[in-house]
Design a protein around this ligand. Sequence first.
Ligand code: APR
Length: 252
Amino acid sequence: MNSTPPPANSQLQALASDLARKQSLVVITGAGISAESGISTFRGIDGYWARFNPQELASPEGFARDPELVWRWYDERRRQILTAQPNPGHRAIAELEKHFPEFLLITQNVDGLHAQASSKKLIEIHGSIWRVRCMRSGQEWENREVYEQFPVKCRCGALLRPAVLWFGESYQPSLISRAQKAVNSAEAVLVIGTSGQVWIVSGLLAQARQNALTAEFNLEQTETSHSVNYLILGPSGQTLPQLLSELTQLSP
Ligand code: APR
C-alpha cells in the first residue's frame, strides 16, 4: 500500500469494477460498522476499552470475580443496542449479499444489527449479546429482557452469562471451519470497521487465496491496510452504499 491512498471515490469505482467480475465474496466486519448506529467501538477514543479493562469485564476470570459488575456492563450495552438501528452500512452489506452467488458475512459484533438489516448468510463469530447461557447446564437461548436484578440467574438457580466469546476462550470450531472454508474459496474479501487486533481477522485473511481481491473499509489505516488491494477511507455508512451504487450500475 502506498502511504497516501487515492480519494475513496476513484478507489470505489475501481473496486466495484473488479468486484463485478467476481462470483464469491466474504465480508468480515467489526465494531466500526455499528459506530454510525451509535454503538461505541472497543478501541476508539471513546471506546469501551478506553474506560474499562477488558480482562475485568469480558473474561471468565472477571465474571467469576464479580458477576454483578460484568452483568451491569453487559446490561448497559444491551440497553444501548436496544435503541440502535442498522445504519446504511449494514443495509448495503445485506444488499451486497444478493449480488454474489456465493456469499458469507462473518461479524465480530454481538449487537445483532446485521441480522436486523436482513443479512441472511451470516456468522456471529463472537456470539450474540442477546443470547444467554446457563452456567450449570450450558444451555443457551435468546433473551431480550431488560434485567433489573444482577447478577442474572437461571430458573434452575445457577448464574446465567452472556453467550458471547470472552478473552481467553476458544472459538466454536464449527464456526471457524465454516468461516475458513468460505475464505479459502472466496474470490474477494472485504474487511470493514475492524482494528484487526483480534486474531480472527488476520487469521482469516491469511487463509484467503493468493489471487483473492481484498479491500479494507475503515476511518484510518490499520495493521491490515498494508496487505489489501484497496483501502477505502471514510465512514462505512457512506462508503458501502457508494460501493453498492457503483456495483449496481455495473451489474444491475
Ligand atoms: N466506519 C468505518 N470504520 C470505523 C468507523 C466507521 N464509521 N468507526 C470506527 N471505525 C473503525 C476504527 O477505526 C477501528 O479500526 O472500526 C474499528 C473498530 O476497532 P475496535 O474498536 O478494535 O473493534 P473490533 O475491531 O471490532 O474489535 C474486535 O475485539 O474486544 C474484542 O470482542 C471484541 O469483537 C471485538 C474484537
